[in-house]
Ligand binder design. Sequence first.
Ligand code: ATP
Length: 136
Amino acid sequence: MARKKFSKKAKVSTRLKNKFSNAARGVYIAFKEESTLIVYLIAIAIAIGLGIWIKLDFVSWSIIILTIGVLLGFEFLNTSIENFVDLLSFEYNIKAKKIKDICAAASIINAILSIIIGFLIYLPPLIERISEMIGV
Ligand SMILES: Nc1ncnc2c1ncn2[C@@H]1O[C@H](COP(=O)(O)OP(=O)(O)OP(=O)(O)O)[C@@H](O)[C@H]1O
């Protein structure tokens, strides 16, 4: 019984390890294929640095982390859908065009909304911090 339990435990840990290694491979492929993700990564690094500098509060960090998650998650899904479409039809296909154009629209809307959230969260404390620095 104890042996069975141990092997079951081992299986769970192997499955978990596989899940992470599959996901890591997915991250690598997505970054290799989708140049937008590199731009997002740079923007995220700047946003985190700026957030630390202006000392964002707990709620603001939570919103920013959620926004980053949605932004990256969606871009990964978008890359995966594009690959799936290419798998189904690499030739010119009006349905493939529609699917990819809708994905592009969703991606742009997601990016624009993230920028708006960024402005709403960063602007007031940023103005305050700069005012403090220049003594206004
Ligand atoms: N098989 C296809 N048939 C018809 N139109 C296509 C097809 N594949 C792509 N397109 C058109 O070309 C556009 C760009 O396609 P592509 O696959 O380069 O998209 P993309 O990968 O979204 O670009 P990016 O890598 O910058 O995100 C699509 O939005 C679509 O309008």
